[in-house]
Design a protein. Structure first.
Length: 197
């Protein structure tokens, strides 16, 4: 597998751009649509914590464990969310997709489907990944349904796994898609996007 490097990924509905410090006001605006930082099961930054959120993501990029993107809606030209590759392990051809969140106005739209299709396609087809993982809080049922709609398979639950922002400890639901499964998943996502037109 090739080491993930900053790249812009283009779709019909979205463009995924490498995250930069200059995106701070855009991400503050996107997160404010729905006051998303109040959701205890997500990683959305509070407005005054956005600079730290970006700095931590870029630190992960610098050490090779993450590759963060902003999600820009093509129709409006506005940044509507954030996502990233994380837990990158080149030696075993594995990445995970996560830290994904969107402004409330674009949730349950084609934005997430196409974002995931672009990230999965780049991981399997350009980087040579053999497996892409996805994870979520065991109480984030909306996220679990969205991951399952992608065609990912549930691997299991890691008990008492990670801290939430409020200091409580969550169980983490783990999913994955393998390289062998990607052609069917890709066809399914393309069908979902066509259906949403």
């Amino acid at each position: 597998m090739k080491k993930p490097e900053p790249v812009t990924l283009y779709g019909r509905h979205v463009r995924l751009e490498p995250l930069h410090a200059e995106h701070e006001p855009d991400l503050q605006e996107a997160a404010s649509d729905g006051s998303l930082w109040h959701l205890r099961v997500t990683s959305v930054p509070e407005p005054d914590q956005t600079a730290i959120y970006i700095a931590n993501a870029l630190m992960g990029q610098h050490d090779g464990s993450m590759l963060p993107f902003v999600v820009r809606e093509n129709a409006s030209g506005r940044v509507v969310g954030c996502t990233r590759y994380h837990d990158i392990v080149v030696a075993i051809d594995r990445v995970e997709i996560g830290y994904t969140w969107y402004a409330q106005r674009v949730q349950r739209s084609a934005i997430n489907t196409e974002t995931k299709m672009l990230l999965l396609g780049h991981a399997f087809e350009a980087l040579g990944c053999q497996v892409v993982g996805l994870r979520t809080d065991h109480m984030n049922f909306t996220s679990q349904r969205a991951i399952e709609r992608l065609g990912a398979r549930k691997d299991g639950v890691l008990r008492h796994h990670a801290l939430r922002r409020d200091g409580t400890v969550r169980d983490t639901v783990m999913y994955s898609i393998t390289g062998a499964e990607w052609p069917d998943v890709k066809a399914h996502l393309a069908w979902q996007l066509e259906r949403s037109r």
